[in-house]
Design a protein around this ligand. Structure first.
Ligand code: PXP
Length: 241
C-alpha cells in the first residue's frame, strides 16, 4: 500500500497570532515542530487580505523548513509574482472571495481556463508542482488535465459537512472516489482537503487513489488539547491504517 502523505496547514496558528496583534504563536515554530513530528509538507494560504499568513511568514519558512512548502494562492498577478520570487516547492491554486470565512468551493476551471493554463505553464517552468483545488467532478478533472496541472486537490468540504451532521454521505463519498479514480487514470496526482477531522479523514483515506491530505483547522484545534506533535502523529497513523 502506498503511504499517504500529510500536509500540515498552519494558517490558523497565524490566525491566533493576529487576533492579538502579537508575535506569538509563531507559524515558523509550528512548522518546525510539524516537520519534526512527521509532516510531509507545510501548507500556507497567503490570502490577498493577509488575514492569517503574511509575506514574512513565507520568507521565514523558506529559510528554515526542509520539507516541501505548499503555497495555496489565488490566480492573481500579485500571487504569481510572489510564487516566482520565493519558489515554494508546490503551489495549490484556489479560488478566493474576500468575505468568505474559508475557501468555499473549488475553482471555476471553465471560466478561468485560459488564465489557469497560462499560470500553470509559468509555475511549472519555475519548477513548481502545480495543483488545482477543485470540486470532485469528472468535467473539472478533465479540464485540469488538459490545461497541464500536475495534481488536483479534491474539495472535501461538502462531504465533511454531511459527515459531521451525521447525514447521508453516500453520494458525496462516491463523487470523491470516482473523481480520484478518473484523475489517476489521466495520470494526475490526487490530493484531498478541507474540513477533515480524524474520523472523516479516516473514511476518505480508504480511497486508494488519493495520495496526499492537506489538513489545517482541525489539527490546530486538536493541538490545544493534545499538542501539535501528538496530533500529527495520530493523523498520520489514521490516514495509513
Ligand atoms: N486545502 C485547501 C486547498 C484549502 O484551501 C484549505 C483551507 O485553507 C485546506 C486544504 C485545509 O482545510 P482545513 O483547514 O479545513 O483543514
Amino acid at each position: 500500500m502506498n503511504i499517504k502523505k500529510l500536509g500540515v496547514n498552519i494558517d490558523h496558528v497565524a490566525t491566533v497570532r493576529n487576533a492579538r496583534g502579537e508575535i506569538y504563536p509563531s507559524p515558523l515554530r509550528a512548522a518546525l515542530l510539524a516537520e519534526k513530528s512527521g509532516a510531509d509538507s507545510i501548507t500556507i494560504h497567503l490570502r490577498e487580505d493577509r488575514r492569517h499568513i503574511r509575506d514574512e511568514d513565507l520568507i521565514n519558512l523558506k529559510k528554515k523548513i526542509k520539507i516541501p512548502i505548499n503555497l495555496e494562492m489565488s490566480p492573481t498577478k500579485e500571487m504569481k509574482k510572489i510564487a516566482i520570487k520565493f519558489r515554494p516547492n508546490y503551489v495549490c491554486i484556489v479560488p478566493e472571495k474576500r468575505k468568505e470565512i474559508t475557501t468555499e468551493g473549488g475553482l471555476n476551471v471553465i471560466k478561468n481556463r485560459k488564465l489557469l493554463k497560462q499560470l500553470i505553464k509559468t509555475l511549472k517552468k519555475n519548477n513548481i508542482r502545480v495543483s488545482l483545488f477543485i470540486e470532485p467532478n469528472l468535467r473539472d478533472i478533465k479540464i485540469s488535465h488538459i490545461i497541464g496541472a500536475n495534481c488536483v486537490e479534491l474539495h472535501t468540504g461538502q462531504f465533511c459537512n454531511l459527515f459531521n451532521k451525521r447525514k447521508n454521505t453516500f453520494s458525496s463519498y462516491h463523487k470523491i472516489k470516482k473523481s480520484a479514480e478518473f484523475a489517476r487514470e489521466l495520470g494526475l496526482e490526487v490530493h484531498a482537503g478541507h474540513g477533515l477531522t480524524y474520523k472523516s479523514a479516516y473514511k476518505i483515506s480508504k480511497i486508494k487513489d488519493i495520495s496526499e491530505f492537506n489538513i489545517g483547522h482541525f489539527i490546530v484545534a486538536e493541538s490545544i488539547f493534545f499538542g501539535l506533535k501528538k496530533t500529527i502523529v495520530k493523523f498520520k497513523k489514521i490516514i495509513n491504517k
